[in-house]
Ligand binder design. Structure first.
Ligand SMILES: C[S@@+](CC[C@H](N)C(=O)[O-])C[C@H]1O[C@@H](n2cnc3c(N)ncnc32)[C@H](O)[C@@H]1O
Length: 391
């Protein structure tokens, strides 16, 4: 992972075939160290994975979207926070662009600077590029098929039509005639920050971004009552749902399981909890949570802990927000939770509900309230929030 500097740049570059997109993307890589993400190569990977023809990627199907999303996620997660030029004609397909941008937001954060260009040279220049490209393509075809008979070499004379434009450019993309305009933008914006970056919290944002977690921007981050990172899962919305459960946290000892960067620990503190313990497996998340506790002047304590092995501390309220799918023995673990606490606040998937209720009932818990979560999930079903209280 490249050390985070405000704000990584992401150039999305489209334009008609043979406009010079790949050439300028390579120049960005050579001269300014951009990572070149070549969509044509990814299209090929998707076709191979799904066993489909190239034209079929133009259709927005769930399978296509998932295949692109998986590839984009691995590239973006693996290369964050290098500047990126994402380049290809099919960026004009809205589902491909949106899938890419969603992943960019999740793995680069909301303060990345994203710029769209459509490279559309004047007709004469474009025709020249196009001719050159076709000659190269046909030479390659002839070389690759030299062992075949002339009857089999159907592609020898297959020059494609000079087609200037097939699809509209995505909204907000700047249309430029020359690659130099793109290079100029990249040079001029090398040090640019996102216009919404709250400068006074730049250090905090960097600390979160550099967290060695799978997704540093997973949780919302709030400091001084201001939301400085919205987070990919919008924990602030989860907190609204928790609030609707009507739990009284004041004066209570609360344990937050899988506390990550401490969002929910800090919220229960704001609601008057007297003692808060966040338990988290990832040491890097614990270190970020401790840092945020310092910035927020919080009394919350964060401990490195593997809830699958370590004993759970006694408490009034135990919270398990979207983390029970990490435990190995769901029934055994929920039993342990019920034994050490008087109230439980959980965000769980619908496939887990029956199993959890069947364990909690015999322990004397009853369900006080449930609220539908804003976060669905493809593995554990729609999520719900629950408040259970021991009689
Ligand atoms: C899906 S995230 C949810 C984070 C947070 N509860 C929220 O809802 O925003 C799950 C968290 O649980 C942590 N975790 C996973 N396995 C764990 C374990 N065995 N013990 C403690 N924490 C664990 C992960 O590191 C991660 O931070």
């Amino acid at each position: 992972m490249t050390e985070y500097t405000h704000s990584p740049k992401i150039i999305c570059l489209t334009g008609p075939r043979a406009a010079g997109k790949t050439t300028v993307a390579k120049q960005l890589a050579d001269e300014l160290g951009y990572l070149h993400i070549w969509l044509d190569g990814i299209n090929g990977q998707v076709c191979e994975q799904l066993g489909i023809e190239l034209a079929q990627v133009n259709l927005h199907t769930a399978e296509n979207q998932k295949a692109y999303a998986d590839i984009f996620r691995d590239i973006l997660k693996g290369n964050r926070y290098q500047n990126i030029v994402f380049e290809g004609e099919r960026i004009r397909f809205p589902y491909i662009l949106h899938t890419f941008l969603n992943n960019a937001m999740n793995y680069y954060g909301e303060y990345a600077v994203i710029k769209g260009f459509s490279l559309s040279p004047d007709r004469e220049t474009h025709y020249k590029y196009y001719k050159l490209r076709e000659i190269q393509r046909m030479k390659k075809y002839i070389k690759d098929n030299a062992h075949r008979s002339p009857e089999e070499r159907k592609g020898d004379n297959l020059a494609r039509e000079f087609d200037l434009n097939t699809m509209p450019d995505p909204e907000g993309f700047e249309v430029v005639e020359s690659p130099e305009a793109i290079m100029e933008w990249a040079r001029a914006n090398a040090e640019t920050h996102h216009p919404s970056l709250p400068r006074e919290y730049a250090e905090v944002i960097k600390k979160v971004a550099d967290s060695e977690t799978y997704t540093p921007f997973y949780q919302t981050i709030e400091v001084d009552g201001k939301r400085i990172i919205s987070g990919m899962t919008r924990s602030d919305r989860s907190w609204k749902n928790v609030s609707m459960l009507g739990v009284d946290f004041s004066g209570k000892r609360v344990v937050d399981l899988g506390s990550m960067h401490g969002y929910f620990s800090f919220k229960v503190e704001e609601c008057g909890a007297a003692e808060i313990i966040g338990l988290e497996l990832n040491p890097s998340s614990v270190s970020v949570a401790e840092y945020l506790a310092g910035v927020r002047d919080s009394v919350a304590e964060f401990r490195i802990c593997d809830v699958n092995k370590d004993p759970l501390p006694e408490c009034d309220i135990m919270m398990a927000m979207n983390m029970l799918h990490w435990v190995k023995d769901l029934e055994g673990f929920v039993t342990a939770m019920g034994e050490v606490s008087k109230e439980l606040v959980m965000e769980i998937g619908e496939t887990q509900i029956k199993r959890i209720v069947s364990v909690l009932k015999p322990l004397g818990f009853s369900m006080r309230k449930t609220v539908k979560s804003h976060r669905p999930d493809k593995f554990i079903g729609q999520r719900y929030l629950f408040h259970f209280v021991k009689k």
